[in-house]
Design a binder for this molecule. Structure first.
Ligand SMILES: [Zn+2]
Length: 473
């Protein structure tokens, strides 16, 4: 008897140590999967049964990267030196944004998502605003760029929420700048029409995992880029489909200043008054907030995605993660600009950056920090049955070697702390996504030579000259 080819066979993994939640790990955990989910999780299994794949080291639920702009990977080390601010960095970013076409975006997405999987990321939220041709004209398929991101994710074996961002203005009350034209849909109803077609074409799309690995969600780029009435259209679209709504919020003091000048209220209050906060909304960055903003985000249970390595790089500031968490906002983390792809670093930075700002240690529980990188991210991306090793949940696992220079010598009682405060992406040894092994022994089984794939994709992306339409002042 053979099962249909697209349904992965039932598999069994035995984990010497696994994190099932809480401050401690569990020894001897047997995990069985079928049809992309955990069909059974047994604890206290002293030795691997015959036929089980043995996972030495520490096994965690798959990590979820709640905020990525995949093409920014091509900027790594090109935009990190020299003077400037977020705004000068953004001009450099636009130079790459306007060189990409669906083919080169596909290559860059495939390579970058493969790097993410090697780092233990099994689910990614791609905040996608690179929609049209550089002058703003749609491609023949208006979703050609989104389709390229989806194809890149499928090729790299990663679970994807494509968060399509509405982007209409080049600042409050200002037209798009030439370099921003390809982001724009002219108005929110045209955005909704385009994204509806994308979502309808990808509902629970089948994959080699036998389960839908792609979902489409919505974003308001920011209060800078979307006027209030258009925000409501995007919010209703997300609401009617029951999918997450993301937005960049108060990343920069200038955004707060411009928002107050135009609307007489903070970005948080503006979006709150337009009915956009709630459990399915995720505010990305949320760096420059008043106490009242924190209370509003927490009271509405709005999620907050912190991106500390990007916030450091862009001199954005340190967000009030502890205050937000205490007020009721679930936290997640994102690699955002992809200058660094390491969710262990993002998770510990939530705590460590706040220590620098507050002079106080240990506000966050270690299991909450690991939770932000797993369950928190999965929920933020609409995979509410992900980010946890439990019967019925999505079968995503990541195993860290414990015999590396960073982790050797860790006692069993300190393994959760070691994962958060000492581990690095390079310690990831084995990754399972939707019940399929994607990384084994540190090797990506689908893409193979990931460094060479990255090198090639980045050189192709920069090889094309920026089109004139994008550089005319
Ligand atoms: Zn972002």
């Amino acid at each position: 008897v053979t099962s249909p080819e697209r349904t992965p066979p039932a598999r069994t993994w035995w984990c010497r140590w696994a994190w099932l939640g809480g401050p401690e790990v569990t020894a001897g955990v047997l995990v069985e999967t079928a049809a992309g989910r955990f069909s059974r999780v047994s604890v206290g299994v002293d030795a691997p049964p015959e036929g089980a794949v043995v996972l030495e080291g520490l096994t965690l639920p798959g990590l979820a990267n709640a905020h990525s702009h995949v093409f920014h990977r091509g900027l790594r080390a090109r935009t990190q030196v020299g003077p400037g601010s977020f705004w000068t960095w953004r001009d450099q970013m636009y130079q790459l944004a306007n060189r990409l076409d669906p083919d080169s975006l596909y290559e860059l997405a495939r390579a970058t998502f493969a790097e993410m999987v090697l780092a233990g990321i099994t689910t990614v939220g791609e905040f996608h605003y690179l929609h049209h041709q550089p002058g703003g004209e749609p491609y023949d398929d208006p979703n050609a760029m989104g389709a390229a991101v989806i194809a890149g994710a499928e090729s790299a074996g990663i679970r994807l929420t494509l968060i399509d961002a509405c982007y209409l203005t080049g600042g409050i009350g200002r037209p798009l700048e030439p370099a921003q034209r390809r982001f724009g849909d002219l108005d929110a109803s045209r955005w909704a029409e385009r994204v509806s077609a994308l979502a309808d074409g990808n509902v629970e799309r089948d994959s080699a995992g036998g389960r839908g690995m792609v979902r489409v969600a919505a974003a308001i780029h920011s209060v800078r880029a979307v006027p209030p009435r258009a925000m409501e259209v995007v919010g209703s679209w997300a609401q009617s489909r029951g999918v997450p709504l993301h937005l960049h919020l108060s990343e920069q003091p200038k955004e707060n200043h411009d928002c107050r000048a135009a609307y007489g209220r903070s970005p948080t209050h503006l979006v709150y008054e337009h009915g956009l906060l709630g459990e399915r909304t995720v505010a990305v960055h949320a760096t420059h907030l008043s106490d009242d903003d924190i209370d509003t985000l927490g009271r509405t249970r709005t999620g907050v995605c912190m991106c500390p390595t990007t916030e450091r790089d862009l001199a954005d500031g340190i967000g009030p993660a502890l205050g937000l968490s205490r007020a009721g906002s679930p936290l997640s983390v994102g690699s955002d600009s992809n200058a660094v792809i390491d969710l262990f670093e993002e998770a510990r930075a939530i705590e460590l950056d706040e220590r620098l700002a507050s002079g106080v240690r240990g506000g966050h529980q270690v299991e909450d920090l690991l939770g932000a990188a797993t369950t928190g991210g999965a929920h933020a991306l609409g995979w509410t049955d992900g980010g946890v090793i439990r019967e019925g949940a999505l079968a995503d696992l990541v195993t860290l070697r414990l015999d590396t220079v960073r982790l050797a010598g860790t006692s069993a009682g300190a393994l959760v702390a070691a994962a958060v405060f000492a581990a690095g992406a390079g310690d990831v040894d084995h990754v399972v996504i939707g019940g399929r092994p994607i990384v084994s022994g540190g090797r990506h089984l689908l893409v193979g030579d990931v460094p060479e794939t990255l090198r090639s994709a980045i050189s192709v992306a920069w090889a094309r000259p920026a089109p004139a339409a994008a550089t005319v002042p």
